[in-house]
Unconditional design. Structure first.
Ligand SMILES: [Fe+2]
Length: 573
């Protein structure tokens, strides 16, 4: 039984396909359109998933769409009556969803009548929860989702048991921790959809001086709920629907003049960052942590489970994630790599298979992130030949050794291998890799390749077995979703990926989740005694490179020194 999951008409449009409950392929549309967070219909992603499964759309039994019109209907009607323009926006959204079968037919080059699949609509947050639970190794787990808004909710909690997922409570529009974070990001001049992770990186430069104000902005009474003080926001009046232009998602303005009254004028996007802005970012993050840790502790009490499956855009806040493990009794946490809305494609499909259709829990566990497109060695070689670059073919061992030597000599290396990563993090298949021992490497990477804000940290990839020696916490983090403190006596060994507060957003690597990348770091460890490399995504202010042509173009355009693409080694002369 093939089920196609489609996250459409929303940012991070994506598709995923499962066969008898097991994932075969998943990818975000942005990798093909080359527009970050692409919204709209994921035609390219759907075609890739079908191709990877080796089937046609006619072979698909069900299509799962993570959006449900009937969810919170009374609440929607209440706000539609109260707020001008609200009902019209809802109607517009639903007009798009009612023609989803037509768009699917067009994407697949067939007629609507050719598609035999049944269409099922799964509530947004239920799909988030399912994306974590059914990909996790746990048969019994607490469940938490947190995001901006989806189907009028911003949080659900409950538990998963075997093939069933039970929602016990929820927080509804207009209250939202995700919108709280996004609103303050906008106030700080970070206006692009998805900029929240930048502000998370900014927070350690400041002190939570404004925590009293932030405790007024969002209230939490130790229960499994929170409330925004709406005086500080506008979305309850104007709506928080994301629109998009040429695929690029756009957020409406979310904060009100009350924020300016209490914190001063908002920062313009190009204005220099000052201590005041750092302190606001720190206060924002501090308040988020207080509330989520409170919620997680309460959730543990209510469910009694040792494991937590966690999803939604807020689950990308890896600083909070690390603290959930150290400041609550939860012993296990599972966050799949596409914790945000892209992950809904998998969640919708997995929920339909298990919970709705009643199939017994599949043995599938997502323990690696490599579910995207792969290109053959022949195609890679053709791309290299047409680029005019000189290359040498190597076996895996020689390639790992040669690249590790180059990294230890200070080279910046493009590392393009196998299937691309699902989710926003490069995890050793579409990565740029560098020497963590060189303090200047952060600035070099920024000036030569990435051209991004200099306050943002780079991440360490570490051989999993060395985690406890190098970090204060050792719970595995294969999808780079945990931030831990680097051990004090190790900070000077790896200055490049250590943030200003001594933390690192680490990826733990083992031989079973990525053998080639493991081998590379192991070689680097043998040469230098350091089991860590700097890992940043293979891109330059664009979605992560997808095809060999894009990787080679990026290598030639930027100032990378070395490229390891498939079995081919290229050194810039
Ligand atoms: Fe969401």
């Amino acid at each position: 039984m093939y089920i196609l999951g489609i996250n459409a008409y929303h940012a991070d449009a994506s598709a995923a396909i499962i066969f008898n409950g097991k994932l075969i392929a998943a990818v975000e549309e942005e990798r093909f359109t080359r527009i970050k967070h692409t919204a709209g219909f994921p035609s390219n992603a759907v075609r890739y998933c079908l191709q990877q499964a080796g089937i046609k759309i006619q072979d698909v039994s069900y299509v799962a769409i993570p959006r449900k019109r009937s969810a919170q209907l009374l609440r929607k009607l209440f706000w539609a009556v109260r707020t001008p323009g609200f009902a019209m926006r809802r109607v517009n959204v639903w007009q798009k969803f009612s023609s989803v079968d037509e768009e699917l037919a067009i994407a697949c080059g067939v007629t609507k009548a050719d598609i035999k699949a049944e269409f099922h609509f799964v509530e947004h947050h239920v799909a988030h929860a399912a994306s974590a639970f059914y990909c996790s190794p746990y048969l019994d787990s607490a469940i938490l989702t947190l995001d901006g808004l989806g189907d009028f909710s911003s949080m659900i909690w409950g538990n998963g048991l075997g093939n069933k997922l039970n929602v016990a409570g929820r927080t509804l529009f207009p209250h939202s921790l995700g919108l709280y974070y996004s609103a303050i990001c906008q106030y700080l001049g970070f206006n692009n959809y998805g900029d929240e992770y930048k502000v998370m990186g900014l927070a350690p430069y400041g002190k939570p001086k404004y925590i009293d104000t932030f405790r007024n902005i969002v209230h939490h009474n130790k229960e499994l709920n929170y409330n925004l003080d709406l005086e500080y926001f506008t979305h309850h009046k104007s709506g928080a629907d994301i629109s998009w232009r040429a695929g690029k998602p756009l957020m409406p303005k979310l904060f009100s003049t009350a924020l300016e009254r209490d914190l001063g004028p908002p920062r313009l996007p190009n204005e220099p960052l000052k201590a005041h802005h750092y302190d606001i970012a720190s206060s924002l993050q501090f308040r988020l942590e207080e509330i989520i840790i409170g919620i997680a502790n309460e959730l543990y009490e209510r469910t009694g489970s040792n494991s937590l499956c966690y999803a939604g855009g807020v689950a990308f806040n890896c600083v909070v994630n690390g603290k959930i493990l150290s400041q609550t009794p939860f012993e296990n946490i599972y966050i799949q790599p596409a914790a945000g809305d892209a992950g809904l494609a998998i969640g919708g499909a997995a929920y339909l298979y298990h919970h709705s259709l009643g199939n017994k829990r599949s043995s599938f566990v997502m323990d690696h992130a490599y579910w995207g497109p792969e290109y053959s060695e022949d195609l890679i070689r053709e791309s290299l030949v047409s680029s005019g670059l000189d290359y040498v073919e190597m076996n895996d061992d020689v390639l790992a050794r040669s690249v590790a030597e180059r990294i230890s000599e200070g080279d910046i290396v493009g590392w393009y291998q196998g299937r691309s990563e699902w989710g926003p993090r490069a995890l050793g298949n579409r990565s740029i890799v560098a020497d963590p021992r060189r303090a200047e490497m952060k600035d070099i990477l920024n000036s030569r390749i990435k051209h991004r804000e200099d306050f943002r940290p780079f991440a360490p990839s570490i051989l999993e077995e060395f985690t406890a020696e190098w970090f204060e916490q050792e719970y595995h983090s294969p999808f780079m979703q945990m931030t831990y403190q680097v051990k004090q006596n190790r900070v000077s060994d790896i200055p490049a990926p250590t943030h200003v507060d001594g933390s690192g957003r680490l990826q733990t690597v083992n031989a079973s989740n990525n053998q080639k990348y493991y081998k590379l770091i192991k070689e680097f460890h043998e040469i230098t005694g350091i089991p860590v490399v700097v890992n940043t995504s293979f891109n330059d202010n664009e979605p992560i490179v997808n095809t060999p042509d894009e990787a080679i173009a990026s290598f030639m355009r930027t100032k990378m020194d070395t490229l390891a693409i498939g079995p081919y080694f290229v050194r810039r002369k």
